[in-house]
Design a binder for this molecule. Structure first.
Ligand SMILES: [Zn+2]
Length: 304
């Protein structure tokens, strides 16, 4: 009898261990990492932090964006090395801003960096040579991670559209005009139906919206990306999602533009609109202090 109970206990323990290891998986890459599909991983450390990703192919690794800070980039590098020992061949930047490109140096060399035309010029213009020293002052860990920092602009700039074939996989790079930075790239994997959507929309948050953004172009980019019919959508910030992120953002931008248009038609100035206009329907989104930047852009669109 006793041995039967003992056996049961052993079996239960074995089952528990099996389940536990299964949950942990071969790919326990740490907090914030998601396996989207076989060989496709995203590192989304938080609700608003920069999301970066990597894709393993038979030939080597393709990285998409270089993460928010050098510590996170090195976490990402460590995760890649847990998954594969294949070389990092390409790094695609989905925009020009430092929180997506400032740590290109962690992956390149050896990675060949790619983004749309104009990316390098914009990155050179925005580059802060004191950034590395400022980061190093934050902590000993950061000081270590930021070692070797230098500006790494794209080696390749494409015009409009580009296809990248790496091993068994295809990456379609699509330039998105006026949606976020001086050069924004969506990365579409047609076979896997995974879309990296740049920062044309982010998950439930208002961004540091630049004045050059054109709402009509942003909405057109959603239409274009939804037409691809992706199964998974990864935006520049936040957790992996679906095309609902485009619908949510379209709803927000449409309502905002409508309200700004009505107030402008009543003869209200931009300053008055900024004081009076509220978007209570979106009060739970991150970055509420950025609403004024969206009003600026919406005002410009209705005054055209
Ligand atoms: Zn940005």
């Amino acid at each position: 009898m006793k041995s039967n109970i003992e056996m049961l206990r052993l079996a239960a323990l074995a089952a528990f261990l099996f389940l536990w290891m299964g949950a942990l998986g071969a790919q326990d890459l740490g907090p914030g990492f998601h396996k989207l599909k076989d060989g496709i991983y995203t590192f989304a450390p938080g609700g608003t932090t920069t999301t970066c990703s990597f894709v393993v192919t038979q030939e080597g690794v393709v990285v998409i964006d270089s993460c928010n800070n050098p510590i996170q980039s090195r976490n990402m590098l460590a995760a890649i090395r847990k998954v594969t020992d294949k070389p990092i061949l390409f790094l695609i930047n989905t925009e020009t801003h430092g929180d997506h490109t400032g740590n290109n140096f962690v992956f390149s060399p050896p990675a060949i960096i790619i983004n749309a035309e104009g990316a390098g010029a914009a990155m050179k213009k925005a580059y802060n040579p004191k950034r590395a020293a400022q980061q190093a002052a934050q902590s000993a860990e950061m000081a270590e991670a930021v070692k070797g920092e230098k500006l790494m602009v794209p080696h390749i700039e494409y015009n409009g559209k580009m296809t990248l074939n790496v091993g068994e996989r295809t990456f379609e790079l699509i330039y998105l005009k006026n949606v976020h930075s001086e050069a924004d790239t969506a990365v579409w994997m047609p076979k896997e139906r995974v879309l990296f959507a740049a920062s044309a929309a982010v998950v439930r948050g208002l961004q540091n919206l630049r004045p050059a953004v054109v709402i009509a172009d942003v909405l057109a980019s959603y239409k274009l990306m939804k037409a691809l019919n992706p199964e998974i959508v990864v935006t520049g910030h936040g957790q992996p999602t679906t095309t609902k992120v485009f619908d949510e953002y379209e709803g927000f931008l449409t309502l905002l533009t409508q309200r700004v248009g009505e107030m402008a038609a009543q003869g209200k100035s931009l300053a008055e609109i900024k004081t009076e206009l509220k978007m209570p329907e979106y009060a739970d989104w991150n970055g509420q202090n950025n609403l004024g930047l969206y009003i600026d852009v919406a005002y410009k669109s209705v005054k055209k």
